[in-house]
Write a protein that binds this ligand. Sequence first.
Ligand code: UDP
Length: 461
Amino acid sequence: MEYGNKPHTNAHCLVLPFPIQGHINPMLQFSKRLEHKGVRVTLALTHFIFNKTKHSHQSSASSITAETISDGYDGEEAPSIEEYLTRFRCIGSETLTALVEKLRRSGQPVDCIIYDSFVPWALDVAKELGLVGAAFLTQSCAVCNVYYNVFSGGLEIPVTAAEEIRVPGLPPPPLWVADLPSFVGVPESYPALLDVVVSQFANLGEADWVLGNTFHKLEEEVVDWMANIWPMRTIGPTIPSMYLDKRLLNDREYGLSMFNPKTSDCMNWLDQHPNGSVVYVSFGSVAELGLKQMEELTLGLKNTNCYFLWVVRATEEAKLPKNFAAETAEKGLVVSWCPQLEVLAHPGVGCFVTHCGWNSTLEALSLGVPMVGIPQWTDQPTNAKYVMDVWGTGVRARPDGDGLVTGAEVERCVREVMEGERGNEIRKNAMKWRELAKEAVGEGGSSDKNIDEFVTSLIRF
Ligand code: UDP
């Protein structure tokens, strides 16, 4: 059970996620695992995230509390990503230090800072204060390894090779430019973000722990390779047990959502459809589709003739063709946000058309849902490559010469997963990975043991 008897350890971790939804979710879920093992957890959220997620704060089922630090803007718009990151580093370090002091004064001394590897300055704060510093990797180990090789000079960028790319530590299949994280293929596109992902490794050698949101069997070779460099442990997937084991589905679950999920609309709608008949579509919390891409997607979805549940965030809604929702009401439901884990765990869902963000990929994989990958940027192309060519749990849509995934291609991919012979193979693989994910986080599984080892070290500390 997720919230059973809690052994008492007296250990106290301060958990600091990078302030975006896709980083908050896995770090919160990991916090809940720690809480279950008897560790006291305090989340350090920026004022902006704290206020934005207020509607979903705290369930009585958990003792995890949230405290605030400042990113230097606190909701005001930063002039640029570069300036935001610089100020966050400076003000964030100061206010994180102040928070640790405040907790000490109030009789809740912190033992360990578990920080998102996107904010490596938090390790400096931990070391300065004599605390354990644990880096949390929110992306796949394959992706982290590509960035590490850019950092260490093992992979020179920009990567323009028209031939296969070999990345030290990454097992076959070989990668092509289109399979690499977008910042590496086109470094000039987002130089500040490229700097963030590469700088994760600048002080990682000083971290006491490096915790990866993955599981050993999923990325065995690269995890072992990384473990030769850092005190690396896999602790994922950070999915609540209730979703991995449907007998627990009545447990209470809570999250910190920056968006308002249309929970009952989605779940009631899904209940009305046969098992495996619905295509669930979502591009996560950040990606923005071009107008033309949106048009092609609507066309493709319509032509599959499948039922579909499509998350179109409020900021993207104007890109939908006029009257789309009304015209397709018989077949589809469009919502601005959904409870994704609940949706993926619903038997009505037969396939997930996804941007292949790491959380979405790991969630679908762990819940046995076949995928159609339409990656947009950052680590998504690499995740999509692994979904199709390594884990065999989905297909990746092929863009045309202009980078557009046409309606015909969307339809081909969805049909392949939902109907074709290949679909049977994909479903078989999806089931296999679901079982392996469950095993990893179940009692005595590889990730569960690693979490125990981490917790025990905190008790000793
Ligand atoms: N998510 C959700 N409801 C939605 C869409 C997404 O709860 O309607 C959650 C999803 O379960 C995942 C996260 O938002 O945990 C998205 O993270 P991911 O890494 O997939 O993509 P990102 O948003 O970082 O691009």
